[in-house]
Design a protein around this ligand. Sequence first.
Ligand SMILES: [Zn+2]
Length: 220
Amino acid sequence: MKGIFGILIWILVAVLWITPVILGIYQARKKNRSAHWMWFGIHPFSGWIMYVILLVSKPLRVCPNCKEKLKINAKNCPYCEHTFEDYEPSVAPTKVRKKWVLPVIAGGAGLLVLVGMFFAVFQLVDGMFTNSEPYKIAMSAARENLTVQDQIGADFKKDGGISGQAKFSGAEGNAEMAVPIRGAKGTGVINIVAEEKGGKWVFTVLNLNHNGVFVDFLAK
Ligand SMILES: [Zn+2]
């Protein structure tokens, strides 16, 4: 499950990174401006800035005679003296941009960032749990337990996000976790309540909830 979140975050980063470059190149082409500006997209943040600049910048028109880029309302070309009789519709690009487009794009980008941040925080918290000592102790206790091996399967894995709370500070701490697991034979939830004193974790609860039946790892 942690792997899936990692992949999701990478996809999200890729989307956030690539989207402004694609949109920017599209805007540049549409406005006869250089798409090379989007090399700024080498950094995702400047990619978005560059895209917005291209979005609000005025389009250029290309002189049909010497191919120089001119202001959209140029009456004649200062380079070759070519005179524009009138505005050729094909080189006077869309002045009518629909009013909802920009807010929708900005809203979409904002939403992507929020979703990305949510996943990042989620993974951070999950990583804090899975890297903690009580989690590791509980998982190896579960792996060694014969009932778990019989009902869940010895090769079980964490199946989804951990819920609970934990506090670690030096050699003191406490943790309360519910870890969903899935093995070849079934699923369950490992419950952990533990307290650290002088660098040693003492468990008050350490069991598996397997369809409402509790397997206590602390019972001797
Ligand atoms: Zn010209």
